[in-house]
Write a new protein. Structure first.
Lengths: 433, 414
């Protein structure tokens, strides 16, 4: 992977190690999913521009000498095969994308292209993404090194080439396919989907541009090969941070895929309570309910009054699916009842939950299989199912969609919904209201 | 040859619809700093500098016309074009420099508002925040058309200077003679003032404002020929105002041997000699000039920053769609109004620094404008003709020499 602005200006050598000139631009064919680089353009010592098919490039080296990235291009063909510089239809210069305006589907200007990121896709050098963040801007100003030292927080913000569309060559603007006017608002599923087609290095690049929350979510949604390649190259510290930001059952899933020593290392570096919970999940058989249940849930002590319970909910502000059914436990954490939100709201504020909870609770054992859970949920028409261990202690809850997930192949799940493109892309002459 | 067209009122209305950006930009040029410079020129050197107004007007027209043409043909702001054609480094250099310079010039506008207010017995503690709020409110609430109307109304107040020019009953024969006969005094302060006149009339920020407002108004190639008149009329009018400022100050102050340092001094000095109304006209005109600057400078700054980064910009846009644009304006207004309110602050160094930066950037900008206007890929048949280029290059060379001399003078002092 290489930034176009770093590649530009590098020397080009022919078969006999003669320097032909300096690279000025690259050519790609517009309209393909990944814009493959077809030609390179260089300027010889007489300032003439010449165009060579990229297939002639034998070597394209990039090594870090000291701190400076050093790139040299070697050709495998004699110079006479080189044609004069002219552009065919649908051929576009990479340099023409640089500094161009990015607008969203509503025609609102968002940002400018600071750099173009090239990488190998199916072993062909292609445009992978455009870079729009502060980091690429700093690098072009020559402050790249300094910003790296001052703050690692400066982001390499990128837009995958897949979500970019070039408007008419006349206009020179780039066009975002996404409805959202923030790049960061790309849905984790979409990012995961994009990652699927990329090479390892590009995945890491995109991953690093996300915040922890989003990175974690993307990691979950990503296919196993993506998860694998990302986790392998990340430092323990970063993986730990990611895993602490996602539900324990999913963290356990990911840790479960790692080699034993690495998993152990990560678990050790985590907070005690978090790692203990993840370990517990890991102890279950992969097919058991215990391995997929949510271990974050709300348990109401049976001696709570209705008023106190509502206060507790106000404090915790649980998500709507968790508030659907509230499970009641005794002082030893045994599951003793279930509370509907309706019962809670209509009850006398000073009455104990034990007085109006439903005492017949449908539950599942943590060691039962997913299929058992599915059958129970279908029979009793349940969306949530409490999970207890052999002593009857409440261990987790199971959501219908967690169970369903086991029955749908992974590939199918990621068939993403593509929003319809709106036509309003003209100038954005929206008037104030 | 064009066939002569039938006279139609519809046609006139259409042309009047195009008019605006050129006049507003040119008049905004006579901001607090501009008025002060012309007042000093009149008070300290009498009519001796009147002749410079003619070449200055021509230079102003040359530059503004090119910028207006760039906007109408490309449909893009000047900053857009710089970023797309000259890359990040050039853009960044101009951006950082102008941000600082424009901020300090805005400070001087608010200082002008404060000083003019005090002339009428208004406290700056109340007047400055009040004006800042009004400016911000109007920019956010109004679309381009309404804002332009407000600006055009403000421009009417500049007639105060023309009236005061007549009120002081100058010797018109002498005025006419000085206007057409170039005279030179070879002393430091005379030469410095001529350079300052050029520097205050042709500024970097006005190029950005003009081009962006041409684009925002939606003027395209077809309407461009009328926009050219907008520029010519505007540039001439602004210098007619300068003309009357010099005349008024020369007739009253210079002939009585009163030297002044700024516009407020001049207004105060006018009172005992030319009566209360002269004070009101001069002070009021100065207030409007400063207010005008306080509108245009934050707008100009925000236009070019947003264009450089590719953020949505324009007073026609909703706040949510062009957040950065409005936030930069707010930042400029709050900061500069705030600096003015700091007790016993000496603004002279800020203004000198702004002058220095502008002097540094203007030559670069002029060369960039010339390169852009001659780019046939960009401008097509609207690129400069060869003979036009001859005039343009000469004019621009003069501006560059003046602004470089300004640099030297700012460093070593007049």
């Amino acid at each position: 992977m290489v930034h176009f602005t770093e590649l530009r200006g590098n020397k080009i050598y022919d078969l006999k190690e003669n320097c032909l000139g300096r690279l000025t631009d690259l050519v790609f064919v517009d309209g393909t999913k990944y814009a493959e680089i077809t030609h390179l353009i260089y300027e010889d010592e007489n300032k003439y521009k010449k165009k060579i098919p990229w297939a002639f490039v034998k070597e394209f080296m990039q090594d870090s000498k000291g701190n400076k990235t050093f790139i040299s291009i070697h050709l495998n063909s004699p110079v006479d095969a080189i044609t004069q510089f002219f552009m065919k239809e649908r051929e576009v210069l990479v340099g023409d994308i640089l500094d161009k305006q990015v607008i969203d589907v509503d025609g609102i200007k968002i940002v400018r292209v600071n750099d173009v990121i090239l990488g190998k896709v199916d072993n062909k050098l292609s445009i992978v993404a455009v870079s729009v963040g502060a980091l690429s801007l700093m690098r072009r100003l020559g402050f790249g090194k300094i910003t790296g030292l001052v703050s690692s927080k400066i982001k390499e913000n990128i837009i995958p080439w897949k979500s970019v569309e070039r408007l008419e060559p006349e206009v020179h603007d780039l066009h975002l396919k996404l409805q959202k006017n923030k790049i960061a608002d790309l849905h984790p599923e979409d990012i995961a989907d994009i990652m699927e087609d990329l090479t390892h290095t590009e995945r890491i690049l995109i991953f690093n541009s996300l915040n922890t929350q989003k990175a974690a979510k993307t990691l979950i949604k990503a296919g196993e090969n993506v998860q694998d390649s990302v986790l392998k190259s990340f430092k323990i510290e970063k993986v730990k941070e990611l895993l602490e930001n996602i539900p324990h059952d999913q963290a356990a899933d990911i840790i479960g895929m790692m080699p034993k020593h690495k998993a152990e290392e990560i678990l050790k570096s985590m907070r005690k309570e978090t790692s203990a919970k993840i370990r517990k999940i890991l102890d279950y058989y992969p097919e058991s309910i215990g391995s997929i249940m949510k271990t974050e849930f709300i348990a109401i002590p049976e001696d709570y009054t209705s008023e106190k319970t509502i206060d507790l909910l106000r404090q915790l502000k649980p998500s709507s699916d968790k508030i659907y059914h509230l499970y009641v436990v005794n002082k030893d954490n045994h599951l003793v009842g279930v509370l509907s939100i309706r019962a809670l709201l209509t009850a006398d504020p000073i009455s104990n939950v034990a007085d109006f909870m439903k005492k017949q609770v449908v539950y599942a054992r943590d060691t039962s299989t997913k299929e058992t859970a599915a059958r129970i949920m279908a029979r009793y028409d349940l969306y949530l199912l409490p999970v207890v261990d052999k002593e009857g202690i409440l261990r987790g809850i199971l959501k219908a969609d967690d169970v369903l997930e086991g029955y749908i192949p992974k590939r199918l799940k990621r068939e993403k919904f593509v929003p319809l493109k709106t036509k309003a892309r003209q100038n954005g002459n929206s008037k104030k209201v | 040859m064009e066939t002569p067209r039938k006279f139609e009122w519809k046609h006139i209305l259409f042309i009047l619809g195009i008019i605006g950006p050129g006049i507003i930009t040119a008049i905004a040029d006579n901001d607090a700093g501009g008025i002060a410079t012309y007042s000093v020129a009149g008070a300290n050197f009498g009519l001796a500098m009147l002749w410079t107004l003619i070449p200055i007007t021509i230079l102003l027209i040359i530059v503004q016309e090119m910028v207006a043409r760039l906007g109408a043909v490309t449909g893009k702001g000047l900053s857009d074009l710089i970023r797309e054609n000259f890359g990040v480094k050039t853009t960044f250099f101009i951006m950082v420099g102008l941000l600082i310079a424009n901020l300090f010039v805005t400070v001087s506008e608010f200082a002008g508002i404060a000083a003019a207010g005090e002339l009428f017995g208004l406290s700056r503690i109340i007047l400055v925040p009040f004006t800042a709020i009004i400016v911000w409110f109007l920019i956010v609430k109004m679309d381009y058309k309404k804002l332009e109307k407000i600006f055009l109304i403000l421009i009417l107040f500049y007639f105060a200077y023309i009236i005061s020019g007549f009120m002081v009953k100058p010797n018109w024969g002498a005025v006419f003679k000085s206007t057409i006969t170039p005279t030179m005094q070879f002393n430091k302060s005379f030469i410095f003032l001529i350079i300052a006149l050029v520097g205050t009339t042709i500024t970097p920020w006005m190029q950005f404002y003009l081009q962006s407002s041409i684009v925002e108004k939606g003027i395209r190639k077809a309407e461009y020929k009328y926009s050219r008149w907008d520029v010519i009329v505007g540039s001439s009018f602004t210098n007619i105002i300068s003309f009357f400022i010099i005349i008024a100050c020369a007739a009253v102050l210079f002939s009585n041997g009163i030297m002044v340092n700024d516009a407020i001094d001049a207004a105060k000095a006018l009172e005992p000699l030319a009566g209360r109304y002269a004070l009101y006209l001069f002070g009021g005109g100065f207030f409007i000039a400063a207010l005008f600057g306080a509108f245009i400078l934050p707008l100009s700054t925000s236009y070019y920053l947003c264009e450089a980064f590719g953020w949505e910009s324009g007073v026609n846009k909703k706040f949510g769609n062009a957040k950065n644009f409005y936030i930069i304006i707010l930042f400029m207004i709050i900061l500069s109004a705030g600096i003015v309110l700091i007790p016993s602050i000496n603004l002279i160094y800020l203004i000198l620094l702004a002058q220095f930066i502008n002097g540094l950037i203007l030559p670069v900008l002029i060369i960039i404008i010339l390169k852009l206007i001659n780019d046939r890929k960009l401008m097509g048949s609207y690129a400069n003709k060869r003979w036009v280029n001859m005039i343009t290059w000469t004019g621009c060379a003069l501006i560059i020499i003046a602004s470089l001399s300004m640099l030297v003078v700012t460093i070593i002092g007049p």
